[in-house]
Design a binder for this molecule. Structure first.
Ligand SMILES: [Zn+2]
Length: 159
């Protein structure tokens, strides 16, 4: 336990988040802020040196966390990028991981928060999932993918 604690203190993230509680004395996070913060924290689990992406899928009413993910290899994989070219990391994408880990039988309406807007293939998977009604992203990646989502009736919102 001591060893893990030292690593956290070294990175400072726990201290930084803990200190934020002082800033939020007078108000609490909105759900929108809370979920995007979750997506950002998830992105920090990625071992991709080029682009760390995190996402989280939650129920549309904000009551339940459905699934989450970040870009990386399958369990036990090397977690090393295959290439530094854009789109050639060889990693599973954050949204892909979250969709795979979600319960496919849950037909309730959901929304997906991601630090980077989906690639075209992930957008196709989101459409195929059919229960995700909104995608909220921090940074833009692929305009065509966003168009595909909108064309299929999924609300798209930039943070
Ligand atoms: Zn993708």
């Amino acid at each position: 336990m001591g060893n893990k604690r030292r690593v956290l203190e070294k990175s400072g993230i726990v201290t930084a988040l803990s200190d934020l509680r002082g800033v939020f004395k007078e108000r609490r996070l909105s759900f929108d802020e809370k979920w995007m913060c979750h997506a950002l924290v998830n992105s920090l689990r990625s071992s991709d040196p080029k682009r760390k992406v995190g996402c989280i899928i939650v129920s549309l009413d904000n009551k339940r966390t459905i699934s989450q993910g970040y870009n990386g290899d399958e369990p036990g994989g090397s977690n090393k990028r295959k290439s530094l070219e854009t789109g050639e990391s060889g990693f599973l994408h954050a949204e892909e991981n979250a969709l795979i880990m979600s319960d496919g039988t849950d037909q309730s309406d959901k929304k997906l928060y991601t630090t980077l807007s989906p690639c075209y293939t992930c957008a196709q998977r989101i459409v195929l999932n059919s229960t995700i009604k909104e995608v909220i992203y921090l940074e833009s990646y692929d305009e065509l993918a966003l168009k595909l989502l909108k064309k299929n009736g999924i609300r798209v919102r930039k943070w």
